[in-house]
Ligand binder design. Structure first.
Ligand SMILES: *[C@@H]1O[C@H](CO)[C@@H](O)[C@H](O)[C@H]1NC(C)=O
Ligand SMILES: *[C@@H]1O[C@H](CO)[C@@H](O)[C@H](O)[C@H]1NC(C)=O
Ligand SMILES: *[C@@H]1O[C@H](CO)[C@@H](O)[C@H](O)[C@H]1NC(C)=O
Ligand SMILES: *[C@@H]1O[C@H](CO)[C@@H](O)[C@H](O)[C@H]1NC(C)=O
Ligand SMILES: *[C@@H]1O[C@H](CO)[C@@H](O)[C@H](O)[C@H]1NC(C)=O
Ligand SMILES: *[C@@H]1O[C@H](CO)[C@@H](O)[C@H](O)[C@H]1NC(C)=O
Length: 501
């Protein structure tokens, strides 16, 4: 029975032959560890656009890159490829619902693959994508805008202009059939798109259940966390157009943390515009980064990242990472505290002093963050490390509940009067520093808070998987590799249940 799904893999590739052979030799128990799916995520640099381009031309210019990426992926036997959010019209100059309309596709009621002779003008891009999937025998996940007309008389939710405009993921299978459609639920100030009713959209390939999300969805419980907890998604797909915000919310950092915390694989395709802090796509899993690209250099092109992930992954049983609240430790090492903004929020910090076998604690409201460490602050000149706590509503750009324990680099920014340098922690820091031989962080997060281990090394790159570990049951973050240079070593907590309605 377990052998049949092999068919979904390219029957000509060596991998299939090998897993088929091994499954015969070793039997079914070994089978799941042998069988794998090859996935690709494409970080796309938007095609240069000309003022003379029609909306269709703009999208077709970008499709040329998609086509190239699909062919490259197919040549290395990739089963499924993901493209970024807004990838077909990132730089389109529109500022109203009407202006967006020409970029939107209509999903035909009955979709019949590439061969279909009927090809409405409003579905040209969908048609091309379908053909791309079919002719390369690859499952294609593409984000684009779609429109669905509605009746303002009979449908009370129908917008006044008589149409729903959705930020949409479409999925074409290897024969070019449209097998799933997901509308973005958590819009990030995207005023020209409508919020759909909440839906959890999944599809199956081989043994694996894939769930769909888009970008900002990642920071909320519905639908992303629910896809895993209630719908047993084993892989979550996330096209993105995500601005890297150091120290907790670089795209590849928070997505790595999310995969570790939820115990599933996460496929993240982002836009490549490093000059505006957009870069960092990859494949992340229960043990951290599997493969990723992060190219901050300007004037660089997009890139395909490939990874093998197990087919029929068992999702990890959910364990509560909430640590019971305890009374704040009155620590002899507790130093003076100060406040400064990180990620737009006013954190309470204490300075981490060099020395062996030390500890530090800092509290804000009910949240106390506790750190055990040994730090030889050799060669360390510029600034210091801070241990910070934030518990409350984050309100910059969007409003949500955060509880954060952070170990970040702090430095000084000269203010206009040049006399009172301002302390900055985390924000805008790029160079990591080392010297820690022990580092262990824990906090008294409120019950139900999800803690995401957001860790960055020097130059805002990910550390190697295995250089640190997150002990989910204890909610404890620990450093393994003593020679690591650190920029952020933090627990970014989301108290979903306390988000304002
Ligand atoms: C919209 O709904 C109303 C009430 O059901 C109906 O009379 C009308 O024909 C519908 N309009 C369109 C364009 O379908
Ligand atoms: C693609 O989906 C269609 C419609 O569900 C199905 O008939 C077809 O077998 C699928 N193709 C593959 C390769 O799974
Ligand atoms: C990561 O992706 C790159 C680019 O596709 C590929 O060359 C490399 O082999 C991949 N690494 C792993 C470990 O899969
Ligand atoms: C978020 O807020 C900051 C500070 O108000 C502002 O500088 C920035 O442009 C905003 N970003 C977005 C994407 O709205
Ligand atoms: C300090 O610098 C010296 C000389 O560059 C180097 O050998 C040593 O490893 C550094 N120590 C740390 C903790 O980075
Ligand atoms: C720090 O060490 C103390 C004493 O051994 C222990 O009780 C506490 O759990 C440790 N905290 C962390 C975050 O490892």
């Amino acid at each position: 029975m377990v052998c049949f799904p092999l068919i979904h893999l390219n029957s000509t590739n060596e991998k299939t032959g090998l897993s088929f052979l091994l499954s015969i030799l070793l039997g079914a128990t070994f089978f799941t560890t042998v069988n794998s799916i090859t996935v690709g995520v494409y970080e796309h640099r938007p095609a240069p656009s000309s003022a003379l381009d029609t909306p269709l031309n703009t999208m077709k210019r970008n499709l040329v890159f998609y086509h190239r990426a699909v062919e490259e992926a197919a040549s290395t036997n990739v089963d499924l490829i993901v493209f970024p959010e807004y990838g077909l019209h990132v730089s389109a100059p529109y500022s109203s619902r009407d202006g967006l309309l020409p970029y939107l596709q209509t999903i035909p009621a009955a979709w019949s693959s590439c061969q279909s002779t009927v090809q409405p003008a409003s579905s040209v891009i969908l048609h091309e994508l379908s053909c791309m999937a079919a002719s390369n025998q690859i499952t294609l996940v593409v984000n684009l805008g779609t429109v669905r007309y509605c009746n303002t008389t009979s449908d009370i939710n129908c917008p006044p202009d008589g149409r729903y405009q959705y930020n949409t993921n479409v999925v074409f299978n290897k024969t070019g059939h449209l097998i799933a459609t997901y509308f973005k639920y958590n819009l990030f100030g995207e005023v020209n798109f409508d919020q759909p009713p909440l839906q959890h959209v999944l599809f199956e390939e081989g043994h694996t259940k894939f769930g769909l999300s888009i970008c900002f969805d990642l920071l909320f419980k519905a639908p992303a966390i629910e896809l895993v907890e209630q719908y047993a998604a084993q892989v979550v797909i996330m096209p993105s157009y995500w601005f890297n915000r150091i120290p907790f919310l670089a795209l590849y950092e928070i997505t790595e943390a999310w995969a570790i915390r939820t115990g599933v694989y996460l496929l993240v395709a982002g836009i490549h515009m490093p000059e505006l802090a957009y870069t960092g796509s990859g494949v992340f899993g229960p043990a951290g980064v599997v493969n990723y690209t992060y190219v901050p250099d300007h004037n660089t092109e997009g890139k395909l990242v490939i990874a093998n992930i197990p087919d029929s992954v068992q999702s990890q049983p959910e364990s509560s990472a909430a640590v019971k609240r305890r009374s704040p430790v009155t620590n002899s090492d507790a130093g003076a505290t100060f406040e400064t903004k990180t990620n737009g929020d006013l954190f309470t910090y204490t300075e981490i002093k060099p020395g062996p076998d030390r500890s530090a604690t800092v509290c804000q409201n009910e949240l106390c963050c506790q750190l055990n460490y040994s730090w030889a602050a050799e060669n360390f000149t510029n600034g210091f490390f801070g241990l910070g706590a934030f518990s409350g509503l984050h309100t910059e750009n969007y409003t949500l509940c955060n509880e954060v324990c952070a170990v970040v680099r702090c430095g000084y920014k000269t203010t206009l009067d040049r006399h009172t340098p301002e302390v900055v922690c985390g924000d805008g820091m790029a160079k990591g520093a080392g010297g820690f031989s022990e580092l262990s962080l824990q906090g008294t997060f409120s019950e139900g808070t999800f803690q995401f281990p957001t860790v960055l090394g020097s130059d805002a790159r990910l550390m190697k998987s295995g250089d640190w570990r997150f002990e989910k049951e204890k909610g404890r973050l620990r450093l393994n590799a003593k020679d690591s240079k650190l920029l952020s070593f933090s627990l970014y907590g989301r108290c979903y249940d306390k988000d304002p309605a």
